[in-house]
Design a protein around this ligand. Structure first.
Ligand code: DGY
Length: 324
């Protein structure tokens, strides 16, 4: 990198220490978020006032209103996420701002979280943990906190992308029969024996457990609605490590109350972090604070991948993970 023209970078979040160190080594960091609290649109604009690039993260307000108001100096936005639903990609493209994401590097971590949700929800881990922590455990009993066994069950996956396929691989270790619904069928080497359903209804009626791993987006908004829930068998377990927007919260909460959905494991929510408070009141939910990719390994790799993309832009090359 030409040190005489060090690109100026705005960091909307406090990133992992090794990522911050590399960003400071290779860029002139002109704005950063030392409080580590989520930023609003005006703050992003203030941070970007003297920047050539922005390193942002999932959930940042990078919608159309922000993108159109960015200064002309901004040539690139790298998001520290695989998801891009917080970014107005068309608006960025229209302004010629390169936008990149961080695919691949968080696949295993997010698939692990999906399995954690599945096990935590099906095996009533949150109830058990609260019982022990709150000193309410009076000892082992034959009927205490009986959950549902995951092993050998039929798992449906919505979104057989990288993360969905990693979940399928892990689920095979639990001897689960994997079903999936995608717009298009995968090649056999990617399918890994999973059963394809071109029609979501056919998958939903075949499964015992459902994992939502799709990245969200307008076409899948409220995908898990009352009608689709009713197609699944009584006592189904539902987990979501994709995006909160995939779920119609009213429908899922109603089904958690009737027991049609026996348990839900949720790592993502609509309007994070202000999730629908009724989820907290459901005894049969296992709730995590969007920590799908939260491992040291994945978070460092995400930061390095984001910086690799910015390095490419400022070296005059096509960034490998360009999404706009
Ligand atoms: C992503 O990368 O999109 C996640 O949701 C954050 O880990």
């Amino acid at each position: 990198m030409d040190r005489t023209k060090t690109p100026r970078l705005a960091l909307t979040r406090l990133f992992p220490p090794d990522v911050m160190a590399r960003a400071r080594r290779d860029y002139a960091v002109v704005a950063e978020n030392t409080d580590d609290v989520p930023v609003d649109g005006p703050r992003v604009l203030a941070m970007a006032a003297e920047a050539d690039a922005i390193l942002c993260a999932a959930g940042d307000p990078m919608g159309e209103a922000t993108i159109v108001a960015l200064p002309a100096s901004v040539r690139a936005i790298a998001t520290f996420s695989v998801g891009t639903d917080h970014l107005a990609l068309a608006a960025a493209k229209a302004r010629g701002i390169a936008v990149t994401n961080t695919p691949d590097v968080l696949t295993e971590a997010t698939a692990e979280t999906t399995m954690l949700l599945l096990l935590g929800a099906a095996r009533r881990a949150a109830e058990g943990e609260r019982m022990v922590r709150e000193g309410r455990w009076t000892g082992w009993t034959p009927t205490q906190l009986m959950g549902l066994q995951v092993s050998g069950k039929k798992l449906g996956i919505l979104g057989m992308g990288r993360i969905g396929r990693a979940v399928a691989r892990m689920a095979h270790g639990f001897l689960m029969e994997v079903h999936y619904h995608n717009r298009t069928r995968l090649a056999p080497e990617l399918e890994q024996g999973a059963i394809y359903h071109s029609d979501a209804s056919s998958m939903l009626s075949a499964i015992d457990m459902l994992a939502l791993t799709a990245p969200g987006g307008a076409s899948l908004a409220n995908w898990l609605n009352a009608e689709r829930i009713s197609l699944m068998r009584e006592g189904v377990v539902v987990v979501n490590s994709g995006r909160g927007s995939l779920v119609d919260d009213n429908a899922l909460i109603a089904a958690l109350h009737t027991g049609h959905v026996a348990a839900a494991g949720l790592d993502v929510f609509a309007n994070e972090p202000r999730l629908d408070p009724r989820y907290r009141e459901c005894v049969n939910t296992f709730l995590l604070p969007h920590l799908g990719s939260a491992t040291v390994e994945a978070r460092n790799a995400m930061g390095f991948r984001a910086l690799d993309n910015l390095d490419a832009v400022f070296a005059g090359k096509e960034p490998p993970d360009r999404v706009a």
